[in-house]
Write a protein that binds this ligand. Structure first.
Ligand code: EPS
Length: 401
C-alpha cells in the first residue's frame, strides 16, 4: 500500500524472530540503533500485558542499510529475535517432526471467536490453527514499530513529530485533551496505561485488573497526533491518493483494530456545517501551511484528502483481545463437536502498546507521503525540494501585508 517508503515484515510469533525490510529511505538520514530500540521497548510496556513481555527484550539488530550512523539509501533490514523461541523449538521446527504428538507440537483445533483462527484455517486449507495464529499474532507489530522508528527519524529532519495517548479503556474514558505531538510521548509514557488523565488512568488499571480476574479482556481507544506537517501531503485527485484513506487503511491494518476517526470523526455527523468547519485566517508566520491558519482543527488536519498544515489527529478503536482465559463457545474442527475455544496465554489489554504501533503506522504513511511529494534519493535533495515548495507557497504578495 505504501509506494514510496515501503516495508515488508516476516516472522511468526514463536518462530526464530521478526524481520522487517524497509525501502525508500533516502541516503544521509542520521540514525542510531538506539532510535529503533527506544520505540521497540515503548511498545513492550503497558499495564495489562501478559507473561510474554517478561520474556522478550526487543531492541532490534540492524542487518543492512545503515553505515557509520547514516542511512545509505539501500534497504534497511532489522532483525528482532524471539527469545521465547527457545521454548518452542520443536513446535515451530522448520523440519518435519514425525515422532512428536499434538501436545508437543502445540496444535490448536479449537478456534477462538474473534481471532483469525477459523477463517485462516478454511482459507488456507490447514487443520492446525497454530499455522494461522502464529502469523496473525500482534507480535508482528514489533517489526512495524522498527520500521516506524526509521520513518519517525526521517520525519524529524523536517520538524514532524508523532505521538499518542490512550483515551479509553473499556468503559473508562479520559477527559479530552488538545494533545500536541512534541512532548506528548514523554507525558503519556509516564503512565503505564499511557493516559494523560491521572484519575481515569487509576480507573483504567482497576478495570483491567477486574477483567483479568474474570478471565476476560478489554479494548479501548488511542489517539495519534502528528505535528509539523506541511500543507499538501496526499491529494484530492484520486480516492487512493487521499491521505485520510491511506491513514485509515494503515490503522485498520493493525491487529484487533475495528474503527478509525479523523478529527471530529463520527461526532461531525450530528452537527451542522458551521459547527464543524474550521474557519480560515491569515497567519503569515505559519510557513508550513502557506501562511494560513485554521481557528480550530475539527478536520483533524485533513481537507480534501490533503494535509492542511494543522496537526493530523487520528483516533483508533481496538476491540478486546480474542484470547480469553475463560473461553467462549466454539467448535472442534477435528470432530465437528461443540467445544470451548482454545485457552492461550494472553494479554488482558494491549491498548497502551497499540498506541505505539499506531504512531509507527502514522509515521510510515507520512514518510511515504513526504517521499511522494518531495522525492529525493538523498536527504539533501529531499530537503531542497521541501524548501523550494515552502518558498513557493509562501510567495504570494497581498495588498495588506
Ligand atoms: C499475542 C499473544 C501474546 C502476546 C503477543 C500477541 O503472546 P503469547 O501467545 O506468546 O503469550 O504477548 O504479543 C507479543 C508477543 C508482542 O511482542 O507484542 C497474540 O495472540 O496476538
Amino acid at each position: 500500500m505504501l509506494r514510496h517508503f515501503t516495508f515488508h515484515t516476516a516472522g511468526e510469533s514463536h518462530g526464530k524472530g521478526m524481520l522487517v525490510v524497509i525501502g525508500g529511505v533516502p541516503a544521509g538520514v542520521p540514525i542510531s540503533p538506539a532510535d529503533i530500540a527506544a520505540d521497540l521497548s515503548r511498545r513492550q510496556l503497558g499495564f495489562g500485558r501478559g507473561g510474554r513481555m517478561a520474556i522478550e527484550q526487543d531492541a532490534g539488530e540492524v542487518l543492512s542499510g545503515i553505515r557509520l550512523g547514516e542511512t545509505l539509501g539501500s534497504p534497511i533490514t532489522v532483525w528482532i529475535p524471539n527469545r521465547d523461541h527457545e521454548n518452542w523449538r520443536v513446535a515451530m521446527s522448520v523440519e518435519p517432526q514425525p515422532d512428536a504428538d499434538d501436545e508437543t507440537l502445540r496444535r490448536v483445533h479449537l478456534p477462538r471467536p474473534g481471532h483469525a483462527d477459523l477463517v485462516g484455517l478454511l482459507k488456507y486449507g490447514r487443520s492446525d490453527a497454530r499455522d494461522i495464529l502464529e502469523r496473525s499474532s500482534a507480535r508482528e507489530t514489533s517489526a512495524r514499530v522498527a520500521a516506524g522508528a526509521v520513518a519517525r527519524r526521517l520525519l524529524s529532519e523536517f520538524g514532524i513529530a508523532v505521538g499518542s495517548h490512550v483515551t479509553r479503556i473499556g468503559a473508562v474514558e479520559a477527559i479530552e485533551f488538545d494533545a500536541m505531538a512534541p512532548g506528548l510521548n514523554e507525558r503519556a509514557d509516564r503512565s503505564d496505561v499511557r493516559c494523560l488523565d491521572a484519575a481515569a488512568a487509576d480507573r483504567m488499571r482497576v478495570a483491567i485488573r477486574e477483567a483479568g480476574d474474570m478471565g476476560d479482556t478489554l479494548g479501548g481507544v488511542f489517539e495519534v497526533v502528528a505535528t509539523g506537517i506541511p500543507v499538501g501531503l496526499g491529494s484530492h485527485t484520486s480516492w487512493d491518493r487521499r491521505l485520510d484513506a491511506r491513514i485509515g487503511a494503515a490503522m485498520l491494518g493493525i491487529q484487533a483494530i475495528k474503527g478509525v476517526e479523523i478529527g471530529l470523526g463520527f461526532r461531525a455527523a450530528a452537527l451542522t456545517g458551521s459547527d464543524v468547519h474550521d474557519e480560515i485566517e491569515r497567519r503569515a508566520e505559519r510557513r508550513g501551511s502557506g501562511g494560513y491558519h485554521r481557528r480550530r482543527n475539527n478536520a483533524g488536519g485533513l481537507e480534501g484528502g490533503t494535509t492542511t498544515g494543522e496537526p493530523v489527529v487520528v483516533r483508533v478503536a481496538m476491540k478486546p483481545l480474542s484470547s480469553l482465559t475463560r473461553p467462549l463457545d466454539s467448535v472442534n474442527v477435528q470432530t465437528g463437536r461443540p467445544a470451548k475455544a482454545e485457552r492461550e496465554r494472553s494479554d488482558v489489554c494491549a491498548v497502551p502498546a497499540a498506541g505505539v504501533v499506531g504512531e509507527a503506522m502514522l509515521a510510515l504513511v507520512l514518510a511515504d507521503a513526504m517521499r511522494e511529494k518531495f522525492g529525493g534519493d538523498a536527504l539533501s535533495d529531499m530537503r531542497a525540494s521541501w524548501e523550494a515548495y515552502l518558498a513557493r507557497i509562501n510567495s504570494a504578495e497581498f495588498e495588506d501585508e
